[in-house]
Design a protein around this ligand. Structure first.
Ligand SMILES: Nc1nc2c(c(=O)[nH]1)N[C@H]1C(S)=C(S)[C@@H](COP(=O)(O)O)O[C@H]1N2
Ligand SMILES: [Mo]
Length: 249
């Protein structure tokens, strides 16, 4: 069942603007990759399908009230993701840098950690208030690598083999963007993208790539996974993807 409910909407704009583009059409556009939720709670999805049908979309945040393990939905566009731990996790920083480097989990843990507590907001409407994230500032890793003057963007790759994200270099240097090791004051577990995920605090949660394995400094922004499917590259909460509501924090 629930075949009309993609894990993420394929293209936000038509729905956000009320154009009657059917989800079946969107699913056809997205293809099989988007269907691969690994351990999504079936009941939750069924209820979301029900509520989604009743509420149209989910501007009310009704589905956010469903029991789903701390308010988070589990999202993965890959059907299976290998597990990585302190022994075999690696993060590579390369591209237009003077000093490419590969970090182990212990390397990252040994660096100064920054803790931020803000609302998490998915572009589909669900929100988890006051969620702590902790990790190494992305800007610190970029500085350590020595970004070249020709660089203009940063591209992120993931060990799920599928998901990608990107930021402009100016965005990437913000102090509220972390290479996160902890979430909700625990080491990030596999389902939430552990052991290391990106955390882009000021943007919708799809920017926060899970299972982060590569940071490549590039000349230009290349749209990421969801951005190839219609979402904004500059995903500022409240100011993008056809939404004009303000974030609560
Ligand atoms: N590698 C990877 N990162 C990803 C995604 C994904 O499918 N794969 N989904 C994104 C989306 S749309 C959201 S809302 C969040 C969900 O994070 P969570 O599973 O920890 O709730 O991860 C983002 N990062
Ligand atoms: Mo999302």
């Amino acid at each position: 069942m629930n075949s009309e409910q993609p894990e993420e909407p394929g293209r936000p704009t038509p729905e956000a603007r009320g154009t009657p583009v059917g989800r079946r059409v969107l699913l056809g556009t997205i293809g099989l990759g988007a269907l691969g939720v690994v351990t999504a709670p079936t009941l939750q999805r069924a209820m979301e399908g029900f509520l989604g049908a009743a509420a149209g979309k989910d501007p009310t945040g009704l589905t956010g009230l469903l029991p789903n393990g701390g308010g988070f939905r589990y999202y993965s566009v890959a059907s299976s993701v290998p597990h990585r731990n302190a022994t075999n996790y690696r993060l590579t920083v390369d591209g237009l840098v003077d000093r490419p480097k590969t970090y182990t989990l212990d390397d990252l843990r040994a660096m100064p950690q920054t803790r931020l507590v803000k609302d998490v907001q998915c572009v589909t409407g669900w929100r988890v208030p006051g969620t702590p994230f902790e990790g190494v500032r992305l800007s610190r890793l970029l500085d350590a690598a020595g970004v070249r003057s020709t660089a203009g963007a940063v591209r992120f790759t993931c060990f799920d083999g599928t998901y990608t994200e990107s930021l402009t270099l100016d965005q990437a240097r913000r102090s509220d963007i972390l290479v996160a090791l902890r979430m909700q004051d625990k080491n990030i577990g596999h389902d939430h993208g552990g052991p290391v995920r990106l955390y882009v605090a000021p943007m919708y949660f799809y920017k926060s790539a899970k299972w982060l394995s590569g940071i490549t400094v590039t000349e230009d922004v290349r749209p990421g996974y969801w951005e190839d499917r219609g979402y904004d590259v500059d995903a500022w909460v409240g100011h993008s993807n056809g939404r004009d509501d303000e974030p609560t924090s």
